[in-house]
Design a protein around this ligand. Structure first.
Ligand SMILES: Nc1ncnc2c1ncn2[C@@H]1O[C@H](COP(=O)(O)OP(=O)(O)OP(=O)(O)O)[C@@H](O)[C@H]1O
Length: 224
């Protein structure tokens, strides 16, 4: 699909954790609306830090992050929360509620946004069907396989109908077949217009894709 104007811009972003851990150094790139950008690099290269900065969970030590015309540095807490509603985050360790059902986990993702009732239920049912989780609807998450948990995590992120999905090692705990399935789902969502930033150290996932890849820690962009 045609790629639009930049959705996200990072300019010379550096993140130093106390006392002096340089997690990211002088990283600049932009992501266009509708793009799927891979972020790769070895363990400790700063992939999670980068996604956390974009989601506003951390602040850069220096440099600038822009979402459309919004400069993160000028956002009040309330504005940052509003911005975060436009994004879905898929965490490496799922961060689901293990004792709650699949339905409840995904529904809660909407409830925290103030969307409830029949509208929310219908949206949840639709996304569960879409991710082949309808049969697991009332099962507690702790009883699911790793691939199923990952699909629930994706469902919870995309039920918000976000503009941007941030996926942190979404295939980290999965076998190659399940990993390809997760990648296929993210590619489908991207083909429908959702911008996706996918952090992975799995070279198999990167192979055969005509995408831009941000390579950390250097921050260079490779057109694969
Ligand atoms: N909250 C934190 N406080 C202090 N140091 C941190 C914190 N988060 C990350 N780091 C450090 O920053 C560096 C980058 O970590 P980060 O988790 O971003 O890398 P990563 O590429 O995602 O690694 P992995 O692939 O192993 O998840 C590491 O040296 C890490 O120890």
């Amino acid at each position: 699909m045609a790629l639009g104007k930049p959705l996200l811009q990072l300019e010379k972003v550096t993140k130093i954790y106390p006392p002096s851990i340089r997690a990211l150094e002088n990283i600049s790139f932009e992501v266009r609306r509708g793009e799927l950008l891979f972020v790769t690099g070895p363990s400790g290269a700063g992939k999670s830090t980068l996604l956390n900065l974009i989601f506003g969970l951390e602040r850069p030590s220096s440099g600038r992050i822009l979402y459309g015309d919004l400069d993160y540095a000028h956002l009040r807490r309330r504005d940052l929360i509003a911005l975060r509603r436009r994004m879905g985050f898929i965490f490496q360790d799922f961060r689901l509620l293990p004792e709650k059902t699949v339905f409840e986990n995904v529904y809660l993702g909407l409830e925290v946004l103030g969307i409830g009732g029949a509208v929310a239920r219908e949206r949840v049912e639709r996304i569960l069907r879409r991710l082949d989780l309808a049969a697991r609807r009332d099962q507690r998450v702790e009883t699911l396989s790793g691939g199923e948990k990952q699909r629930v995590a994706i469902a919870r992120a995309v039920v918000k109908e976000p503009e941007l999905v941030l996926a942190d090692e979404p295939t980290g705990n999965l076998d190659p077949e399940r990993s390809r399935e997760i990648l296929r789902i993210l590619e489908e969502l991207n083909a429908e217009g959702i911008t996706v930033i996918l952090a992975t150290h799995d070279e198999n996932l990167l192979r055969g894709h005509h995408r831009r890849i941000l390579v950390l820690p250097e921050g260079r962009i490779v057109n694969a």
